[in-house]
Design a protein around this ligand. Structure first.
Ligand code: SAM
Ligand code: SF4
Length: 452
């Protein structure tokens, strides 16, 4: 069994929250070596605002200890919104006649990726619906077209679950992270909200990360769609899923995403069944950070600018920016009849970068680990041992420096350069400091794509 849901229900029922108990758990969590599910059950049950504050503060500290101040930025790129599934919450579901359908050609995908590269992005997440007409071969063509024809440095994929041979081909095409969200780990709810199509099959979906790891993906991304069921249950189940991967393959989930339900075109649900407040959202980010500290915690533009800014200091490590949720969305303006759902943070990349700086963080466009093979088990172990912080900070500096030289800065140059100098001053390791100074000089001389 991948996730023991009966155990999770029991842990939540038995969870006791006391000030002393929480303080003791946070004390252990502050070492950055993770927690067990019993601890996470207690933390996710905190209601007292004072304890929530302590939780978020510790999460921020652990994030900085393991990854430095950096916050990584990426953009999603929607390939196709054709879909044969019936997910009640999604604008792309097959029965939705109000959404226009489009599958980008690989050439159109290249045009979209070039638009993103011109904005400054180096990392893209390809997203697609499920339709046999736009299958694995199509996704691979798009991945390869992006690598061949744009300056995008890493391509991740969020696509329907597949079998091992297909996943092997996807990996061989150079995909970094393979991402699939379970949506909800609560089987009865899963059945209700996925009434038709291949996605009906709960087991085929939950088992996909085992198949991905068997196929050679060291880095996989998981998550649950908040709002479908009790967030306490689904958050713990997501963590249990990551623990399962660690026990079986030695690598925690590389990323844990926190998508929260947004109204989609002709939403086929009466309402969000289990609404999640912003305060609870922050709590989830912090509990993920402390329980599986090596995982990237990804917050998308489904969330508001204000909430995303506050998460920079309480455990989030990755933000998407400037996102469009329709195929071809970056190349067009105005009303969009192709989108999956409407986003909630419409800032440009540079505006998000500036807000990261304002919050005391360091925007990063780094893609190094996937490209040098620091993935899977090795990434989990190095991060746990505290060995990633120096690389993350130095690579954030290099990519920010490159961004400032090549991309639109729209009046933010001064504050970004100040953040850059401060971050350089904070590098402690003498060998890294020296090598970084050389690489920065090389960037000034016109070299690009330098990293540790
Ligand atoms: N079709 C693939 C699948 O379902 O796994 C991948 C792409 S799907 C567009 C990516 C994710 O979007 C889904 O896994 C779901 O969590 C999320 N999503 C769908 N509808 C949403 C909505 N109305 N609000 C927020 N997120 C949504
Ligand atoms: Fe299709 Fe994915 Fe949307 Fe479901 S969530 S309708 S599978 S695109």
């Amino acid at each position: 069994m991948i996730v023991d849901t009966a155990r999770i229900e029991r842990l939540l029922k038995e969870a006791v929250v006391t000030e002393e108990g929480v303080a003791e758990i946070l004390q252990r969590a502050s070492e950055g070596r993770g927690l067990v599910l019993e601890d996470a059950a207690a933390l996710i049950s905190i209601e007292d605002p004072r304890l929530r504050k302590m939780l978020c503060k510790t999460a921020g500290e652990v994030k900085e200890k393991l990854f430095g101040k950096r916050v990584v930025l990426f953009a999603p790129l929607y390939l196709s919104n054709y879909c044969t599934n019936g997910c009640l919450y999604c604008g792309f579901r097959s029965s939705n006649r109000t959404v226009s359908r489009k599958a980008l050609t690989p050439e159109e995908v290249v045009a979209e990726a070039r638009t993103l590269v011109a904005m400054g992005f180096k990392r893209v997440l390809l997203v697609t619906g499920e339709d046999p007409r736009w299958d694995l071969g199509y996704i691979i063509d798009c991945v390869q077209a992006v690598y061949r024809n744009t300056g995008m440095r890493i391509v991740h994929v969020n696509a329907p679950p597949m079998d091992v041979p297909s996943l092997k081909k996807l990996k061989a095409a150079g995909v970094g992270v393979f991402q699939v969200f379970q949506e909800t780990y609560h089987r009865p709810t899963y059945g209700r909200v996925h009434p038709s199509g291949k996605k009906k099959d709960y087991d085929f979906r939950i088992e996909v990360m085992d198949r991905a790891m068997e196929a050679g993906f060291g880095d996989v991304g998981i998550g649950s769609l908040l709002g479908l069921y009790d967030f306490r249950f689904d958050s713990l189940a997501t963590l249990a899923h990551s623990f399962h991967l660690y026990e079986k393959f030695g690598a925690q989930a590389h990323t844990v995403s926190i998508p929260r339900l947004r109204p989609a075109a002709h939403f086929a649900m009466n309402d969000v069944p289990y609404p999640v407040s912003d305060e609870d959202f922050k709590k989830i980010v912090a509990v993920y950070r402390l329980t599986v500290p090596t995982a990237g915690v990804v917050v998308s533009t489904r969330e508001s600018a204000g909430l995303r800014n506050s998460l920079i200091r309480s455990g989030a490590t990755q933000l998407s920016a400037a996102s469009r949720t329709s195929p071809g969305g970056y190349s067009k303006d105005g009303t969009d009849t192709l989108e999956q759902f409407s986003t909630n943070d419409h800032r440009t990349l540079v505006e998000v970068m500036k807000s990261i700086v304002d919050e005391g963080g360091l925007p990063s466009l780094c893609t190094t680990c996937y490209r040098v093979g620091r993935t899977g088990r090795e990434f989990t172990e190095k991060t746990k041992a505290g060995e990633m912080e120096k690389f993350c900070q130095a690579n954030a500096i290099l990519t920010l420096k490159e961004y400032l030289a090549d991309c639109p800065v729209n009046g933010t140059k001064e504050s970004m350069e100040k953040a850059l100098s401060k971050a350089i001053g904070e590098i402690k390791d003498p060998a890294i400091k020296k090598a970084l100074a050389e690489k920065l000089k090389a960037l000034d001389a016109g070299e690009r794509d330098l990293y540790f």
